[in-house]
Design a protein around this ligand. Structure first.
Ligand code: FDA
Length: 302
């Protein structure tokens, strides 16, 4: 009941104004976001690296209709690679194409992403494209295809909630591919997406099966213990070596489990940072309405 409201609020400028104006929101945001600036991101990466965790970094921002902002996002990634240096070998960057100008022009997003990929390659890092709402999937997969012609290691997130996903996965399971399977964090109509948790979970398992049987590198983007157990069973069934797939979880969610799993497996933490945290934060609230209680409590206990 609450999740659709929170997801609608994630795209409301009015609610954004209200939520971001309250200084106390910060305490709750800090649980999910590494910090507002590059220094905070670098400190978080160093801490995670010390605990045996790999990282993928997201410079927060989305849905820009402004060319200068899209270019500023691109430049923020270039500064990130510079700042990281040798701190986190094998680090990855997660890109939202809508922050790089996708809604203005696919070409602009592609050019910005290409510049980021070239810099990532020089820094010994990889890049993964996040997947946004269903209206962007064709464009994102088109940009992926173009990027992979020059940078075959570019990965993509695929959402099990979308009805089209099995077909997309079949196209993506070839050698060298890197696919992050997630359940999906956007409000989608039933014409394109499964609506019940059960259907989304079943589709997730079908996706895991395709990825584990395929020749690419499956990236299991989930905190769900059942999905993690099924992924481990499918990896064993397909004789996969631990280094040929990885688990991915979000910063601040099931942190103990991230460290436990990292004792025997590759675990990568998705680390968002930057001032434009609103949309990301609201999706985290929507995933688990219990988070809303902590959020509202911060107002009451002022
Ligand atoms: P599920 O929602 O069933 O949660 C399982 C358990 O995890 C919960 O019971 C709870 O313990 C914990 N948990 C999950 N979410 C929580 C939260 N917000 N707060 C506290 N606890 C929580 N989506 C998308 O549409 N496009 C994308 O590109 C990405 N990228 C991405 C990268 C990575 C690395 C991850 C892990 C996830 C994404 N997502 C995403 C988000 C994804 O689609 C999904 O919304 C969340 O991962 C929650 O789904 P779970 O699979 O964790 O299961």
């Amino acid at each position: 009941m609450l999740s659709p409201l929170l997801l609608a609020a994630a795209r409301s400028e009015r609610v954004r104004g209200l939520v971001t104006a309250v200084p106390l929101t910060r305490g709750v945001v800090d649980r999910f976001v590494a910090g507002e600036d590059l220094d905070a991101a670098v400190r978080t990466v160093a801490d995670l690296h010390r605990d045996g965790l790999k990282v993928t970094l997201d410079h927060l921002g989305e849905d820009t209709l402004d060319r200068a902002r899209a270019e500023a996002t691109r430049d923020a990634y270039l500064a990130l690679f510079e700042a990281l240096g040798d701190l986190a070998p094998g680090a990855d960057a997660s890109l939202k194409l809508s922050a790089l100008g996708q809604a203005l022009d696919d070409r602009l997003a592609l050019d910005n992403a290409r510049t980021i990929c070239a810099a990532a390659q020089r820094a010994g890092m990889t890049v993964t494209l996040d997947m946004e709402d269903h209206t962007t999937v064709d464009s994102t997969l088109g940009v992926l295809r173009e990027l992979r012609a020059d940078f075959p290691w570019v990965g993509v997130a695929i959402q099990s909630m979308l009805r089209r996903t099995e077909g997309d996965l079949r196209d993506l399971v070839g050698e060298g591919s890197r696919v992050r399977l997630v359940k999906g964090a956007y409000a989608e109509p039933s014409s394109v997406a499964f609506q019940s948790r059960h259907e989304v979970d079943l589709a997730y398992v079908r996706g895991l099966k395709l990825l584990m049987e395929g020749d690419g590198r499956p990236m299991i983007g989930s905190h769900d213990p059942r999905m993690i157990d099924i992924a481990l069973a499918l990896a064993a069934e397909n004789d996969r070596k631990p280094g040929s797939y990885e688990f991915q979880m979000l910063y601040g969610i099931r942190a103990g489990e991230q460290r436990r799993l990292a004792e025997d497996h590759t675990v990568r933490v998705y680390v968002p940072y930057g001032a434009d945290w609103y949309g990301y934060f609201m999706r985290r609230l929507a995933e688990r309405p219990a988070n809303l209680v902590f959020f509202l409590r911060s107002f009451v206990s002022r």
